[in-house]
Design a protein around this ligand. Structure first.
Ligand code: IFM
Length: 430
């Protein structure tokens, strides 16, 4: 099916500060990643892709791609390296980045928190610290006023449950807490901080006579039962789906966070000021898990597995474009009328043998959804550049553009041209 994409549809790419910029030396990750055994091959982010120093070169790549949006994160640890101390050079840098993007007809989408945190705030207890909502709200205000007064789309937190799940349940990212019992305090704190940032951004925008949209970027996965005939697997996949996919987005609508994983976790709290704090649905979609129940760390737990024989990416994640269509339909049904921005979608593919097809099949799923009336308004491919993939280090290659980490030279992959041609066919705003 070929349909007309909406005239104002945004086509582009996404990155995150720590993964590409380099020198994030006031952040929690800067210290943590240096502890032996934390990151594959002992990689450390270091200079990363030097996106900080080579932004003009990367902007030229975005222009060559024909993009009209770029989702980036600004780094709280660089902007406020010590509590209450704002770094003027960092602020000026980001303000310049925003100015250059706008001048190039590329609409910036700004994320405030993408996994990494200022060291001073980490030391106070991250999201669970009682001063967090005020601190995060103040940071949001600063970002709007000094960096992004002409930006329309803001994301407060990237993938809340991936970030908290890895840091507080699985213990594989800072602050390395392991066990479901650790989740409640940071999750509630994060939701309060989101509400504070949502308010701060909107208050600043109205004071400037601007209309903005604020939300989160939710990582939604398909959880199907491993054995479709097995009622236990059916139940477990439903539990995973409710906890991981719907608990936080629902909370931003209703003001009440409810997470239930029987025997492991029950959270049910009202958060004042949280209701109606997502103006759009930010969607990161990658893959599906086939879920079953099994023993892990001494307890019976939902276990994700990958379909036998499935086409996978270099990290072993199933490539499943049908899931993208399912997720888009579902978001449209559950949050009627809300614009959907695909804030991330991509794959690790070092030899670039699956990326072109991945992009085409996922855009085609989006086309089908739009044809059915699903209000998708943006697609950001993850990622513009190869980058530092957290505990996997630099090995996975998510970039449309290959980075030679010895020289930092950029080389567009063949799939870059495929995406460029696709944008050329579908962009309607010029
Ligand atoms: O690299 C990450 C990104 O930081 C968050 N979303 C998923 C990507 C690929 O794993």
């Amino acid at each position: 099916m070929t349909i007309q994409f909406p005239k104002d549809f945004l086509w582009g790419t996404a990155t995150a500060a720590h993964q590409v910029e380099g020198n994030n030396n006031h952040s929690d990750w800067w210290d943590w990643e240096k502890i032996p055994g934390k990151i594959k091959h002992g990689d450390v982010s270091g200079i990363a892709c030097d996106h900080w120093g080579r932004f003009d070169e990367d902007l030229a790549l975005m222009k060559a791609l024909g993009a009209n949006t770029y989702r980036l994160s600004v780094e709280w640890a660089k902007i406020e390296p010590k509590q209450g101390v704002w770094d003027e050079a960092a602020i000026a840098h980001y303000a310049e980045v925003v100015r250059k993007l706008l001048a190039s007809g590329i609409e910036p989408m700004i994320t405030l928190h993408h996994f990494t945190s200022p060291r001073w705030w980490a030391d106070k207890g991250y999201w669970a610290w009682e001063g967090t909502a005020a601190a995060f709200g103040g940071y949001a205000k600063l970002v709007f006023e000094r960096i992004a007064p002409n930006v329309r789309i803001f994301t407060t937190v990237n993938e809340p449950l991936v970030h908290l799940g890895a840091g507080y349940i699985m213990g594989i990212m800072p602050p390395e807490k392991k066990g479901f019992e650790h989740l409640q305090a940071p999750l509630l704190g994060m939701l309060r901080a989101h509400a504070a940032a949502y308010r701060a951004l909107h208050e600043c925008a109205s004071a400037h006579g601007k209309k903005i949209e604020v939300g989160m970027a939710h990582h939604l996965r398909i959880f199907d039962p491993k054995h479709t005939w097995n009622p236990v697997d059916q139940l477990v996949s439903k539990i995973m789906d409710a906890a991981f996919n719907t608990s936080v987005p629902n909370a931003l609508e209703t003001g009440r966070i409810r997470v239930k994983v029987p025997g492991l976790l029950t959270i049910d709290e009202d958060i004042p000021g949280l209701a109606n704090t997502q103006d759009y649905f930010g969607l990161n979609y990658y893959s599906r898990d086939l879920v079953t129940l099994g023993w892990k760390d001494g307890s019976l737990q939902p276990l994700p597995t990958v379909k036998k024989g499935a086409l996978v990416n270099d990290l072993g994640w199933e490539l499943y474009p049908e899931g993208f269509l399912r997720v888009l339909r579902r978001v449209a049904k559950h949050y009627p009328g809300k614009p959907i921005y695909v804030t991330e979608n991509g794959l690790a593919d070092a030899v670039d043998s699956r990326r072109a097809n991945f992009i085409e099949s996922h855009v085609s799923a989006m086309e089908t959804a739009i044809g059915e009336g699903v209000p998708v308004k943006a697609y950001c491919h993850w990622s513009l550049l190869d980058n530092f993939e957290w505990i996997e280090g630099f090995e996975p290659r998510f970039g449309l553009v290959e980075i030679d980490y010895a020289t930092l030279a950029r080389k567009p992959r063949p799939s870059f041209q495929v995406y460029r041609d696709l944008i050329g066919r579908h962009r309607n705003d010029r």
